[in-house]
Design a protein around this ligand. Structure first.
Ligand code: FAD
Ligand code: N01
Length: 543
């Protein structure tokens, strides 16, 4: 039976919503999770494309809140494969008996705050209305696929797929001519796997991305032992770090070293795999001059891995600074272009014109295909939130309030929308971090906040517009000191036509951000107005 009156309504059953439910239970709150998918998993439910896996190492890309959970679960590989991550998520849900408070195949369509009752009325596509004191949007930063509206798309007679909505059944590309649009992380992971199966794979690339090697493999028993015995200490290090992981981030400028010493450090970091390379020097993302060294180093690596010099040049990113688009982490991505059954088409020089019944036409040439894969990404960070008609004081909506870009306090709350929390929302480190660290930090902060509200018999908490303005100024000011705006990335909304060009995540780092959030809570929630039952909160100015 669907519940219609709860203390906390949580939207989304990915890593965020699952942990939020657990913490709500511990507070004695009646909570319900509403999820559009047929099961738990979020990202790992939807993204089942060949080669899908995390690129933050499994030992940190997992929950840290339970010592027992950490000890009893054993990952098999350095980077967990999608099915293994999904099994882990299902295990957590069963282990903590969370499923009984989850409702699947239900999409939240609207949420409106009632100033009289101080409660949210949440509507679903099943026609239900649920009343809740707290509404927690655990809707995901990368959960709304971006599908370009190519002319003729519906006329295609073959199969089409989007990596972020991959079917559950096995897809066999054997003997097929496959085309893939996009060369971001999803494409970089899937291209080597699909190329090994398909008759021919044609990659339609608009902008090459930088990719670092994963050096993937089975998990070393010593690494597992280290984590199982020292996980509290290692997790603490991750929580205090810049990107929520245990990488060592250099404090040295790339400009302070001799060319030989700089090269040696780049080489050492490259050899460690994954995001270690980003930590090579302190100023890679803030200094153009320093960044150019990383660009040149990465170009050299690409040229060393790709046999055909013309193809190698096409794969070398030249239009954006290193690391200002989400870095890809690959296994044999570049080597895949050495295969006879793979071709790379530059659709920046000769743009995609249309999808035809038998393939894709770009630059006046038709490529005949049996299947087309769109690895075209997501309406990141705000897409899922703006898909819900969220209305706060006086009926003001997120859509109106965010017409020039999202405005939040800490990426956690929005002035004008009491008792509503956004997990890893815009204006928080979120996608610029190991998201497990950022998710746990947000869930714990929200749970502590709700615990405080209940203990003090408070009815509402709402971000002050002045605090929000100050936070947004801080978010923008920090980003202005970096190279992020020099890139047409989804970090600045550039992948979605018409999306405001602002910085979406907080670039100040996970550890520093956590301290800010903790201080605000310790001071009794500075920048928020908390009100007891019966006292209405003044409608937020500028909401
Ligand atoms: P999600 O997992 O996105 O879950 C949100 C859920 O909310 C979804 O299931 C969605 O269906 C549901 N939902 C949204 N709107 C509604 C609605 N209106 N009504 C009902 N339900 C709704 N991060 C890393 O740190 N490291 C990685 O290695 C990494 N790998 C990734 C690989 C891929 C392919 C992708 C796409 C992302 C990856 N990420 C990675 C980011 C990843 O999204 C997060 O790490 C994490 O899984 C997010 O969890 P979440 O619960 O916050 O959101
Ligand atoms: O999407 P993307 P993604 N015509 O936005 C191209 C996470 N993730 O799904 O750059 C032609 O990165 C677009 O081209 P351009 C991770 O955070 C993690 O790959 O806009 N091309 C680009 O090449 C990641 O960043 C993992 O010129 C078009 C591509 O499509 C995020 O999810 C794995 C086009 C989109 O790349 C999104 O990654 C997967 C058009 N009209 C995802 N429109 C891990 O490994 C778009 N493109 C952990």
């Amino acid at each position: 039976m669907p519940r219609t009156d709860v203390d906390a309504l949580i939207v989304g059953a990915g890593f965020s919503g699952i942990y939020m439910l657990k913490r709500c239970r511990e507070l004695g709150l009646r909570a319900l999770v509403i999820e559009a998918a047929a099961d738990v998993g979020g990202t790992w439910y939807w993204n089942r494309y060949p080669g899908a896996r995390c690129d933050v190492e499994s030992m940190t890309y997992s929950y840290s809140f339970s010592d027992d959970l950490q000890r009893e679960w054993t990952w098999t590989e350095r980077y967990g494969k999608q099915p293994e991550i999904l099994r882990y998520i299902a295990h957590v849900v069963e282990r903590f008996d969370l499923r009984r408070d989850m409702q699947f195949e239900t999409r939240v369509t609207a949420a409106a705050f009632d100033d009289t009752s101080n409660r949210w009325a949440i509507e679903t596509d099943r026609g239900e209305t649920i009343s809740a004191k707290y509404c927690i949007m655990a809707t995901g930063c990368l959960s709304t696929p971006a599908q370009p509206d190519f002319k003729g798309l519906d006329s295609f007679e073959g199969e089409t797929y989007h990596t972020g909505r991959w079917p559950h059944e096995e897809i066999d590309f054997t003997g097929k001519r496959v085309g893939i649009v996009g060369t971001g992380s999803s494409a970089v992971q899937s291209i080597p796997v699909i190329a090994a199966e398909a008759l021919h794979l044609t990659v339609f690339q608009r902008t090459p991305n930088f990719s670092v090697p994963a050096f993937h493999g089975p998990l070393d028993a010593n690494v597992v032992h280290m984590w199982k015995t020292r996980h509290q200490e290692l997790r603490e290090r991750a929580r205090a770090s810049r990107i929520g992981d245990i990488f060592e981030f250099s404090e040295t400028s790339a400009l302070d070293l001799t060319p030989e010493a700089r090269e040696a450090e780049f080489e050492r970091r490259w050899g460690q795999g994954s995001f270690n390379f980003l930590g090579s020097f302190a100023d890679l993302i803030t200094s153009r001059e320093a960044n150019v060294f990383a660009v040149e180093f990465a170009h050299k690596k690409i040229r060393g891995r790709v046999d055909d010099p013309a193809v190698a040049e096409l794969l070398c990113p030249t239009d954006h600074p290193f690391g200002t688009k989400r870095l890809c982490v690959d296994s044999d991505y570049y080597e895949t272009y050495n295969r006879a059954n793979v071709s790379l088409i530059d659709v920046k020089a000769a743009p995609i014109e249309e999808i035809t019944p038998h393939g894709l036409k770009a630059g006046g040439k038709e490529y005949e295909l049996d299947a087309i894969i769109f690895a075209t990404g997501f309406d990141a960070m705000t897409g899922a939130l703006l898909n819900i008609d969220i209305r706060g004081h006086g009926g003001i909506g997120f859509k109106e309030k965010w017409s020039d870009g999202p405005r939040t306090y800490l990426g956690l709350a929005v002035a004008g929308f009491p008792n509503l929390f956004t997990v890893t929302g815009p204006g928080s480190p979120s996608v610029l971090s190991n998201m497990m660290t950022s998710i746990e930090q947000h869930i714990e902060w929200i749970a502590d906040c709700m615990g405080y509200m209940e203990a003090h018999d408070l009815a509402t908490i709402e971000a002050d517009p002045e605090a929000e303005d100050k936070w947004m100024d801080h978010v923008t000011e920090l980003a202005d000191g970096t190279l992020f705006f020099e890139s047409n990335s989804w970090y600045v909304g550039a992948n979605i036509p018409g999306k405001p060009r602002v910085i979406y995540p907080y670039v100040g780092g996970v550890g520093a951000y956590r301290e800010i959030c903790d201080d605000i809570a310790a001071e009794g929630y500075t920048g928020f107005t908390l009100a007891p039952a019966g006292e209405s909160v003044a409608p937020a100015v500028g909401a």
